[in-house]
Design a protein around this ligand. Structure first.
Ligand code: FMN
Length: 384
């Protein structure tokens, strides 16, 4: 039996072994130095051994102020290279394509990690844990939510400097051995703040009409491509719609996707929302696959490969999305935290018990196949 979810996909010079991708997920487990630790290695190697064809690390901050929290991974200095090499190597050694993402958190930087409340840092955090708030930046001086820190609007010189940093950090992740790179252009972070008319009220060439608001996102794509080899795939994560009236729309995302394709982006990674709070108002009910329609429309109308993400938990559902032509890749987030073997379990769900022996790590598969067979026999014996 063939299943579209389990087929290879070749993007530029890289063949992804199947369509299952572990979505970028921050672990909030780094120290102040942004260096990768054993936790990151174990977490990612486990996801790779669990059968996903492509495994993303969490977003890597391009400079210290670009972090969401003090505990994010960074790529702002050569000191990060060794740890990142270990992560990319660990993913590849366990059977998946190593992928990573770059971020500047913009006006949603300077936040406490989820296990300390996930709200903007305050002087109390500074007193209790030494986590001093830092100044945040954005397209315009408009706060992400009432009471959140007021960002400073980036100047043209700041923008120029950040573009250089995006290029420099791209060079580092290439050196570290990653084979897929995603740009975080979603969830209210810096790039998204330029795209949305709700957060961008600039009156220079980086604001105003759609063309102006898209300028920074496209310049970032250009900066990355200047350092990211043409044979390696480049993904771009978008919030395909804003979580508020009068914001960025799906029509805008189609137009931006066409423009990104012209800038040699290979895959649009279709997320949504997050311009303000991270728990967004439910304009779209949160049900399994709620963001798939964005992926489907961008894939058809911008004629570019897409990745669907968001509450995709069932292998049959994931397979149906790819089979319907609604996405080329399926990113699994929280379900993979729940079950890092989601990928190999999907092989069994879609191909049958034999997949335990053909697709699982061999130290597990032999045992699990026999356990499943003996349970099958006992079920049949009990059947009326
Ligand atoms: C713990 C956690 C950390 C996340 N960190 C990132 C991140 O670094 N970059 C990103 O683009 N999205 C991040 N996300 C969003 C996920 O990639 C994904 O889009 C989201 O969880 C929806 O997919 P799911 O329903 O399968 O979890 C994170 C999500 C979680 C749960």
């Amino acid at each position: 039996m063939s299943a579209a979810l389990l087929e290879q996909l070749t993007l530029k010079g890289v063949t992804l072994p199947n369509r299952i991708v572990i979505s970028p997920m921050q672990q909030y487990m780094a120290g102040r130095d942004g260096l990768a630790r054993d936790w990151h290695f174990v977490h990612l190697a486990k996801m790779a051994a669990g059968g996903a064809g492509t495994v993303f690390t969490e977003a890597l901050a391009i400079e210290p102020d670009a972090r969401v929290t003090y505990h994010d991974l960074g790529v702002w200095s050569d000191d990060h290279l060794e740890g990142l090499k270990r992560l990319a190597g660990g993913i590849a050694d366990h059977g998946a394509v190593p992928a990573t993402q770059l971020i500047h958190a913009g006006r949603k930087a300077s936040v406490a990690p989820p296990y300390h409340g996930f709200e903007p840092l305050t002087e109390q955090d500074a007193a209790e844990r030494g986590e001093k708030p830092w100044p945040v930046v954005s397209a315009s001086a408009l706060e992400a939510n009432p009471g959140w820190p007021m960002p400073r609007a980036l100047t043209r010189d700041d923008i120029k400097r950040l573009l250089e940093r995006f290029a420099l950090c791209t060079r580092r992740v290439r050196k570290a051995g990653f084979r897929v790179l995603d740009m975080h252009g979603a969830h209210g972070y810096l790039i998204h703040s330029f795209l949305s008319p709700l957060s961008n009220q600039r009156d220079d060439e980086y604001g105003g009409d759609l063309e102006g608001r898209m300028r920074f996102a496209l310049e970032v794509a250009e900066a990355v491509r200047s350092e990211w080899p043409s044979e390696l795939p480049f993904f771009y994560r978008l919030s395909c719609i804003d979580d508020a009236e009068g914001g960025w729309t799906l029509d805008d995302s189609v137009l931006l996707s066409r423009a990104l394709k012209q800038h040699d982006v290979d895959v649009i990674d279709c997320s949504s929302g997050g311009l303000g709070r991270r728990t967004t108002p439910l304009i779209i009910p949160r049900e399994p696959g709620y963001q798939v329609p964005y992926s489907a429309r961008i894939r058809r109308e911008a004629e570019i490969a897409t990745m669907a993400v968001g509450l995709i938990m069932d292998p049959q559902h994931a397979n149906a999305i790819v089979e319907a032509g609604d996405a080329d890749l399926i990113a699994i987030g929280r379900e993979a935290l729940h079950n890092p073997n989601w990928g190999v379990q999907a092989q069994v769900a879609l191909k049958g018990l034999e997949a335990y022996e053909s697709d699982w790590p061999k130290s597990y598969g032999w045992w699990l196949y026999r356990r499943a067979k003996s349970l099958e026999v006992s079920r049949q014996a009990k059947a009326p």
